[in-house]
Design a protein around this ligand. Sequence first.
Ligand SMILES: *Cc1c(COP(=O)(O)O)cnc(C)c1O
Length: 308
Amino acid sequence: MLLSPANWLPQAPLEPLLLDWLTRAGIEVAILRLDQIDPLISGNKWFKLIEHLKAADRAGAQGVISLGGAHSNHLHALAAAGKRLGFETVGLLRGHPQQTPTVADLQAFGMQLHWLGYGGYRARHEPGFWEPWQAQYPNLYAVPEGGGGLAGALGCKALKEQVSVQLSNLGWSDYHGWWLACGTGTTLAGLVLAEAGVHPVYGALAVPDDHGVAPQVAAIVREAGLQISAYELIDASRGGFAKVDPVLLEFIENAEQSCGVPLEPLYTGKALLALKQQVEAGRFEHGTRLIFVHTGGLQGRRGLISYS
Ligand SMILES: *Cc1c(COP(=O)(O)O)cnc(C)c1O
């Protein structure tokens, strides 16, 4: 039970999201604040880790080894979970040693870091990549980059339950769909599995089309054996992953000032701007109620120099 998160399932608050462009269109949005689940651990990356941690526990591991970049929300959540739940963590990092706010946190949380360079990191999908690491850390369980795959998606099914139990606080008896940012589509896939076609899930793509989100989501849905699924992927990348532009930054600043919810420009800001564009294009009927998932990522924005 060393790694098991069984006794620690944080509740994300569900709050009304008040913005004039929603009100004008007669659309109501509630925001599920995954950025507020815990002072240390934040965002969808925690939910994506749950099933991986259970598997690590079943395997009798003492801890977890995984990989990511110098601003990685995934490694941040993993290191924080290791600190909180008391298990060992090792992070394999892309590129050459650099000090970012994220890296400083990883070190403070006690994660052991190894920098792989760029070539070394690119080899992560090659057969045999894990062998030397498994030899060096025989008691650790390896979790893929970003905590993806079916295991990652299954942990995100919990989000539907978290919304269901809080709906009545808003005076809602139901909702019409979900809206969230997608990187790999794992979190969206978890919601699609949880909904099984009951409510549609709209994914705002933070990455361009060639990142293969659609086939990845389809593969998870197929692997889970789901018969009926309802989801749609909408381009929201604005020219590329992590590309920011003045329109986006101004939108984020205005939205933060109006609704008081902090956003970052890679995922949540782009997802909300894409929602505004769809709302203004008349995509949703008057009276539509949507759940917007705040997927977190605020720790990563400290490292973005262009973000003022
Ligand atoms: C990783 C991440 C996403 C994307 O999640 P996927 O499951 O890969 O689609 C969205 N928002 C934030 C803040 C993230 O860190």
